[in-house]
Design a protein around this ligand. Sequence first.
Ligand code: NAD
Ligand code: GLY
Length: 367
Amino acid sequence: MSQIAQEVSIDLGERSYSIAIGSDLMGNTASYECLPRARTALIVSNSTVAPLYASALRAALAGRYAQIHELQLPDGEEFKNWETLQLIFDALLSNGCDRKTVIFALGGGVVGDMTGFAAASYMRGVPFVQVPTTLLAQVDSSVGGKTAINHPLGKNMIGAFYQPQLVVCDLAVLDTLPKREFSAGLAEVIKYGPISDMAFFDWLERNMDALIAHDRDALAHAVRRSCEIKAWVVGQDEKETGLRAILNFGHTFGHAIEAGMGYGVWLHGEGVGAGMVMAAELSRRLGLVDNGFVARLNLLIQRAGLPTKGAVLDAADNAGRYLELMRVDKKSEAGEIRFVLIDGPGKAMVRSAPDDLVREVIDACCA
Ligand code: NAD
Ligand code: GLY
């Protein structure tokens, strides 16, 4: 039974598009009516998600495209690289896909980021659609046009800004998501509160149990509000010349955790959760927020089922390794690390901090 979808618009002039949010949207033909007609479509998914959902997506698209090809990528952050990207180009070329071919990214953020990058570069750009199947992808990665692969020396270092034509967030597919992955997605939901909307943070405190129980109304609100905030930020600063950096709250530490532990050891959302605690603690030590705020954030992240401590990297000098990894963050300027800090609850700022203070925070949060 299909539910009426809620819609959030991303306002980017001729690159504007809609995010549809609701239950049972993925397998519904009506969800794709706004898309351009084409001879071929390619569904890119992975070895976990394709067996669950590719046939339903294919059935919904059958009337629109004469040929629908499918590609299953290996599953895992460790495969978010050149070699796997090449598999998408191989599929596009060997199936005679042309400039009008529509590519569908069916999966979490890894599939979405790689497929988006392939769409941005195949024949210098073909239309693509995000059908995110993780909570993290529905509230963050499928929206806003950041696409990328990892490099062994840094996370998401090779990529492009390339907007999809449509995002279809089907809440029903979250029912098969492993609990750990669901919690990882909650980290990206939580981040929107401290950076821009403390009323949403209050709502999350009241509704965390309902979210964990996959209550559909609670999920619809969390996904919609997250997408609205992201749409508002991206609408003002698509290419991250300033404001958009606030969406990286927790990510400077978080990316160091992912790269320093080895991609896939801690999930992206787990790194972001622990990273938000570190960034909040750094904000506190810089006098920007009080202890009460840090404690509230810490508790909410724990209630989401996420680790808040213990992100120790594989190095003799743990804090030194963090600093080394964070210097290659995309926000760094001339080797100076720039952190997204909370400048009072609900307001974010980007600035540097003394290495000694950052070391103290890392030592305190990794203990
Ligand atoms: P993911 O894509 O690895 O998916 C997590 C796991 O869940 C995978 O094993 C996947 O196969 C499985 N899965 C997906 N949907 C499922 C479902 N419905 N049922 C059962 N299993 C399912 O991880 P993710 O957390 O979705 O995304 C993380 C990635 O997103 C990272 O690479 C991160 O860098 C990227 N990211 C990008 C942006 C952006 O703006 N582009 C923002 C945030 C994160
Ligand atoms: N996930 C951060 C961004 O999209 O800018």
